[in-house]
Design a protein around this ligand. Structure first.
Ligand SMILES: Nc1ncnc2c1ncn2[C@@H]1O[C@H](COP(=O)(O)OP(=O)(O)OP(=O)(O)O)[C@@H](O)[C@H]1O
Length: 616
């Protein structure tokens, strides 16, 4: 490795903004600078994602530096830092699980807000606002609207124009609704009390356990901690010197920082001696969460009079991949290493995908979760040699639905079904289900096929409908119609899906969960057609699939989000079209960035894989 002088020694400026291409050594640079900084004072290494924080921790560990043994070294995500500081300020709100808020708290709050909005529009004779459906899907979108509204600083705009400029076209729902829900939601967050003296575990974010067991009130998501900390500071709270007085602040993944997070970092960094932010604007893949690279880079330069330093040389990969990365981002990217990194386009079958490196030695990067499921089944069915997958395919939604159906039909079967509680939650997330109140009860009890069947019969008979009519009918049939024990699993499951109309709305799935289900269902049917079994033998299939999935020695199957910040010797990018992923739904620049991130994880070889349609 070239031992370059430290940038803090090379440049006299208090703050530096390093913009470097993938593999140009940004994280390495932070680690090198930090190694020096910790000898001189408290040093904060901060990053956007948990995955990015883990990468930083690994880089520091490789230098024998760990926060537990070095009091000067602090490594956090920005939200994790805000949460930590709030706790030091004596803030004891619960940290709740996002899904619990979406399904348990948001629907009631939204109906109250809509009633108020309708009442006031009647008084003012104004146009009435269309209330959203209270489906899980609409609530999930509203939750991301709240995130976006918060992260983009739209809440502090003084006029409707400023507000619009902040959130741009990032909202799913009308701004009046988002604004009103945002206010009511924040009021609820401040005063909320669990129904019992403490909330049940299913409501809590498992990563952030409460400080005390009783007497706490208020809640937040950890992603709301930066906002809450800023609010506390605006209300006169002072950051505890022993927790927040950082001499050095080094920010990785700066391109993903939101305007809200930058505001907080600017407050924390106002007395810092030196600051450094590193990023690559072409690696922004979280724009949908309110990240705004251009704005954040410019604000950092302005607020800290930072010097910009650019690097177009990658030390991760050789010339051929450097050329591809340059074409994708229209930059003159060069390679700083001698060895080449060949790039191969491979269409059709997996047989040819091992030309640059054996398939078992490659890391497979997919655009998102649903594509990963497709890749996994495709490998399971068609890989030339039976390789193992370092990923639990048996826990995917389609496998869950089939497991639940099996348990309902054969409640007396004795083979234990380890994934049954997960399968129940997956089933109840189907578009045609409204989660019944008793689910939480059931999820906490010891779930057996027998009590599952009993609950299911009650739900089907319930006066308040739990299932859409076609799904209800299909379930009734499933529970009552005689079924030959040797009926083929593929045909039986297919018949249920048809009767329940499971995929009617899924030709263009809206939710990732639905797309995951669709890909998994198609993959499962393909597997069952190649390996036919009777529905009664379902537990044996689960065992066979689980045996093909092993973290030890299996091929890693990653999404771009998971692979970001990491590097792998041999990378296969799954399901590419012409210089991008085949599946394109987000803004073109976000899609391009995702593809660029995936390709630039490779060190020694890159295979761009396009499966033949019948294998996809
Ligand atoms: N100056 C250098 N000389 C040689 N190799 C280097 C140098 N800097 C970094 N490397 C190596 O290049 C690879 C990429 O480094 P690093 O992960 O720090 O890049 P990055 O810019 O953070 O990448 P990305 O933005 O893609 O996450 C690593 O294997 C690292 O050891």
């Amino acid at each position: 490795m070239v031992s370059a002088p430290l940038l803090f020694d090379q440049y006299p400026d208090r703050a530096l903004l390093i913009e470097g291409v993938a593999g140009s050594g940004k994280t390495t640079l932070i680690a090198r600078e930090a190694e020096q900084c910790v000898t001189q004072g408290r040093t904060l290494l901060v990053t956007f994602s948990r995955a990015g924080r883990d990468v930083l921790q690994n880089y520091m560990r490789a230098r024998n530096l760990e926060p537990v043994s070095n009091p000067n070294l602090h490594i956090f995500t920005i939200d994790g830092l805000a949460h930590f500081l709030l706790r030091r300020l004596g803030d004891e709100r619960y940290v709740l699980d996002r899904q619990a808020i979406v399904s348990d708290l948001l629907p009631d709050l939204v109906s109250e807000v809509c009633q108020d909005l309708q009442a006031s529009s009647e008084e003012d004779d104004a146009v009435m606002l269309q209330a959203p459906a209270l489906s899980i899907d609409a609530m999930e979108k509203l939750m991301s609207d709240l995130d976006y509204y918060r992260a983009s600083l739209a809440w502090q705009a003084e006029s409707a124009e400023d507000e619009q400029a902040a959130f741009g076209d990032g909202l799913h729902h009308p701004p009046e609704l988002v604004r009103a829900v945002f206010r009511r939601y924040d009021a609820l967050r401040a005063h909320w009390k669990p129904e019992a003296s403490e909330p049940d575990d299913t409501l809590l974010d498992p990563v952030y356990k409460p400080e005390h067991s009783k007497g706490m009130y208020g809640f937040r998501l950890v992603s709301e901690a930066a906002y809450d900390l800023l609010e506390a500071l605006d209300n006169g709270a002072e950051l505890p010197g022993n927790a927040a007085a950082y001499r050095y602040i080094l920010i990785d993944e700066f391109h993903d920082t939101t305007p809200l997070q930058l505001l907080l970092l600017s407050r924390i960094g106002q007395h810092a001696h030196r600051l450094m932010a590193v990023g690559d604007r072409y690696q922004t893949i979280f724009a949908w969460r309110g990240a705004n690279t251009e704005l954040v880079f410019d604000a950092f330069v302005r607020d800290f009079s930072a010097r910009r330093v650019n690097s177009l040389t990658s030390y991760r990969f050789g010339t051929e991949l450097a050329r591809l990365a340059g074409e994708l981002t229209r930059r003159a990217i060069t390679s700083g290493i001698v060895a080449d990194t060949p790039v191969m386009v491979c269409s059709g079958s997996w047989d040819n995908a091992g030309a640059l490196a054996p398939l078992g030695k490659q890391s497979i990067i997919c655009r998102h979760g649903p594509d990963r499921i497709r890749a996994a089944f495709s490998l399971l069915c068609h890989a030339p040699v039976p390789i193992k997958l370092a990923w639990p395919l048996a826990s995917t939604p389609a496998m869950g639905i089939a497991t639940l159906l099996y348990a309902l039909r054969f409640p007396q079967a004795t083979t234990p079904l380890r994934t049954l509680p997960l399968a129940l939650l997956q089933f109840l997330s189907l578009p045609g289900c409204l989660a019944p109140d008793t689910v939480r009860e059931l999820a906490q009890a010891r779930l057996t096929p027998i009590n599952l069947r009993m609950y299911m019969e009650n739900w089907i008979a319930a006066r308040v409908p739990v299932f859409a009519p076609s799904l209800k009918h299909a379930l009734q049939q499933w529970l009552t119609a005689p079924c030959a024990p040797d009926a083929g699993a593929a045909e039986t499951l297919q018949a249920f899906a048809r009767q329940a109309d499971l995929f009617r709305n899924l030709t263009t799935p809206q939710r990732l969960l639905d797309e995951s289900l669709l890909q998994g269902w198609e993959g499962l049917l393909m597997y069952l057609q190649l390996n036919p079994i009777a529905i009664q033998a379902w537990p044996a299939l689960l065992t066979t699939v689980a045996a093909r999935c092993s973290t030890r020695g299996g091929v890693p199957l990653l999404t771009v989000t998971e692979a970001k910040g990491h590097e792998y010797d041999h990378v296969l990018v799954y399901d590419t079209a012409d210089t991008t992923f085949r599946n394109q739904t987000d803004a073109p620049d976000v899609e391009r960035n995702r593809y660029y991130v995936a390709c630039t994880r490779a060190r020694k070889s890159l295979t761009l894989f396009r499966p033949a349609r019948e294998l996809a």
